[in-house]
Design a protein around this ligand. Structure first.
Ligand code: S3P
Length: 741
């Protein structure tokens, strides 16, 4: 909200970096018509007047504030109380007071001690989270508060007009204003600001006290400079801050001393895992924090950079493409590696946001995980009973697989857990896992509608069950098998149709006995997993976009390398071949328990078919792009028995039908599938509804469209296929990503 603040007369008490910047910023913003300054140092006052930072100066605080609409204090913390008394002596009937100190409860208390009640209610303490290690009027800048956060800590009975005046003043200076309870402010700032300053000061002081300090400073490089920049801050200001926020600072220091002690012990005893744990957790937390500052975290990603894809007509595909690692296998490598004993080395891990959400969840539960770096992840397994309660809810972003599989695993732990997700995940059905898990003895709460968040109660004794799945779901099967690892007796899951079997294969790879009899999978609880090496094949679900693309674009021939061709995943190849696709598997081999091949795809004239229903679970994620193949085929294609598509990241039947209709394709949704008559594809604007696979499917459609296609809301492509646009362009797609206009 930008609201132009009314023109004010302000009095600024204290003309250092903070006070001087308030004057300059207010002048630049044009929200004041008179600035009166006061500083205890007459030299500073003279300079401020000469430089035009203030319009006039006063000889004393009471003189300065008499005519002011707003008084801003920018003085050391320990001076605030006395100055407030003087402000009280000179304030007019409608004077409003704010301050800019880094500690807030002491200001609230000083207001109570020093001001008459009506004026106390017009004191709105504030803290601009801005500044620099430079000090004094000469360092003051007009843009210091632009985009900075300003935290206001008004008293409960604050005068509403006063709050409004202070809020609009800081807003006019370009700041983002928030309000908070003063005590809470002081606790948080003790950790995030006061502790780092304390550490910087003590580090430099400790080194400077060494006899060889000359030498130390000569060899101190960037790390020292980065870490200690803030030790150049104003000593008096910090003396006052530590004194005013004493108890919170001491608590923060104790917390830190505890962590330092842990690291010391790890170094002393050569405990490499503990050291790596501290460093990897810290690195991932800081990387996340930086992304947050740049506005690049999960949550609602609409309107992000690269959020819109635009295709130009035409293009053919050539060359070799290796798509990123398999999402399903990547999730499971972290989950099973974490509860194994010893180290699991993962290669080819998908660095997409879904699998990274799983990785972060296990870090939150105390597992030391190195990487990912170029797909390499090292999981230091904690054993079946080694997970620990996370400090807060596990946030799983867009990832249904993470949440459903974790429901099974966490139901068996000794601690409670809450799991949350983004808007799409928060709409997805969870009863399919929570109900059978409840039969095993688990206690998991959902919303009334059976959707997330999930609240999993720990310390439950689970017992094995025999469960016939009503829907063919690998996620449900896997959730039950993971719970079954901890259950008493045998857990058996019977599938109505084969679904992906990565969990079973990986369990076997980690030394756990899993039995398969026809459609039943069984395991007995109470065993152990042993860390191993896991090679993640390229994801056939990502390769599918290139398979359809090369099939429909004239003159195309590409080779997709190292693609996972697990028989439970190859529906897309079976269906495309049935439509006349020219797809050959070359160099078939086994990689870490999973079959892989290089897949050669040539352009072919596709024809419409009735898709065999037994292929649905084997191609469950590939239908959005298969619908595009159907739109390019001669005749009609019919899909039935796929109602499951309606509860994926979006309602994939409706969303694809809507988009295809916009492009002029005859596509009719049915409750459990779609009828599509092949024909020309036109241009237009379509919406992915935040569903990664819908976005990429329409990108493929662009190859055969007669006009540009604009695809909205594509940021979630990064959940399963980071780098999609680059790979697609390299192979011959005419596509680019744009920011939302
Ligand atoms: C997955 C199973 C499938 C699939 C999902 C990943 C898995 O879901 O759609 O993208 O990794 O187990 P369902 O098993 O619920 O069909």
């Amino acid at each position: 909200m930008t609201r132009s603040a009314p023109s004010l007369r302000i009095a600024v008490i204290g003309l250092g970096l903070i006070g001087g910047s308030i004057c300059k910023a207010a002048r630049t913003a044009g929200c004041v018509n008179h600035i009166l300054g006061y500083d205890a140092d007459p030299g500073v006052l003279r300079d401020a007047l000469q430089a035009g930072v203030v319009d006039a100066v006063a000889d004393s605080v009471p003189d300065a504030v008499g005519d002011a609409d707003l008084v801003a204090l920018a003085v050391p913390m320990l001076a605030v109380s006395d100055i407030l008394r003087e402000v009280g002596a000179g304030a007019g009937p409608s004077t409003v007071i704010t301050d800019a100190g880094s500690v807030k409860q002491s200001v609230v208390e000083a207001g109570g001690d020093q001001l008459p009640d009506a004026l106390r209610r017009r004191l709105v303490p504030g803290h601009p989270i801005a500044g620099s290690e430079q000090t004094g009027l000469e360092a003051a800048r007009a843009d210091l508060y632009r985009n900075a956060r300003v935290i206001l800590t008004p008293p409960e009975d604050v005068d509403a007009d006063a709050l409004e005046r202070v809020e609009s003043f800081w807003t006019a200076l370009g700041a983002r204003v928030e309000t908070m309870d003063a005590r809470h402010h002081d606790e948080v700032l003790a950790l995030t600001s006061h502790l780092p300053h304390l550490l910087a000061y003590t580090l430099v002081d400790a080194l400077a006290g060494q006899e060889s300090n000359q030498e130390i400073f000569r060899y101190a490089a960037g790390g020292f400079r980065d870490f200690t920049r803030i030790a150049s801050s104003d000593p008096l200001m910090w003396h006052d801050i530590f004194s005013a926020n004493r108890d919170n600072v001491l608590r923060a220091l104790d917390l830190f001393a505890g962590s330092l002690g842990n690291l010391r012990t790890a170094i002393e005893t050569g405990d490499g895992t503990a050291m790596l744990g501290i460093f990897t957790r810290a690195k991932s937390a800081r990387d996340h924090f930086l992304r947050m500052l740049e506005g690049r975290v999960w949550m609602d990603r609409r309107g992000e950079a690269g959020d819109t894809f635009v295709t130009e007509p035409g293009g053919s595909l050539r060359g070799e493409v290796r798509v990123p690692g398999d999402k399903s296998v990547s999730h499971r490598s972290i989950m099973l590696g974490s509860i194994a004993e010893g180290v699991t080395e993962v290669y080819g891990f998908l660095e997409g946001e879904d699998s990274l959400a799983t990785l972060q969840a296990f870090r939150d539960m105390g597992v030391v995980i190195e990487g990912p770096s170029h797909g390499h992840v090292v999981v230091h397994g904690v054993g079946m009973q080694g997970l620990k309660a996370a400090p807060g809810p596990l946030y799983l972003g867009n990832s249904g697989t993470s949440m459903r599989l974790l429901a099974g695993l966490l139901a068996a732990q000794a601690f409670d857990t809450e799991m949350t997700g983004d808007a799409s995940l928060s709409r997805r059905p969870m009863k399919r896992v929570t109900e059978p898990l409840a039969r095993m003895g688990a206690k998991i709460e959902t919303t009334e509608g059976g959707t997330p968040p999930l609240r999993v109660t720990g310390s439950r004794k689970l017992k094995g069950i025999r469960y016939e799945m009503p829907v063919a779901s690998a996620q449900v099967k896997s959730a039950l098998l993971l719970a079954g690892l901890y259950a008493e007796g045998e857990t058996t899951v019977i599938e109505p149709a084969p679904t992906r079997d990565h969990t079973e294969r990986m369990l076997s790879g980690l030394g756990y006995a899993v039995r398969r009899d026809d459609s039943a999978v069984s395991l007995a609880g109470g065993g152990r997993l042993a860390g191993t090496r896991i090679e993640v094949p390229a994801d056939i679900s990502s390769a599918a976009f290139f398979m359809v693309a090369a099939s429909i674009a004239a003159d195309s021939e590409i080779v997709l390398t190292h693609v996972g061709i697990n028989p439970t995943r190859i529906g897309v190849i079976n269906i495309l071949r049935a439509m006349g696709g020219d797809i050959r598997l070359e160099n078939e081999r086994l990689a870490g328990g999973e079959p892989v091949a290089d897949v050669r795809v040539r352009h072919a004239q596709l024809r419409g078919i009735e898709i065999a229903e037994d292929q649905v679970p084997l191609a469950i994620d590939e239908f959005p792009v298969l619908f595009v193949a159907a739109a390019c085929a001669s005749g009609e294609t019919v899909l039935r028995g796929a109602e499951e598509l309606r509860v994926k990241e979006s309602d994939r039947i409706q969303v694809m039908a809507d988009g295809l209709n916009i492009l002029g394709v005859d596509a009719q949704p049915t409750p459990d599938g779609m009828r599509i008559r092949g024909g020309p594809i036109g241009g237009g604007e379509v919406h992915s509804h935040g569903d990664h696979r819908i976005a990429m499917a329409f990108a493929v459609a662009g190859l055969r469209a007669t006009a540009p296609i604009t695809i909205r809301d594509c940021a979630n492509v990064a959940t399963s296929f980071p780098g999609f646009i680059g790979l697609a362009r390299g192979a011959g797609f005419r596509i680019h990503a744009e920011d939302k206009p």
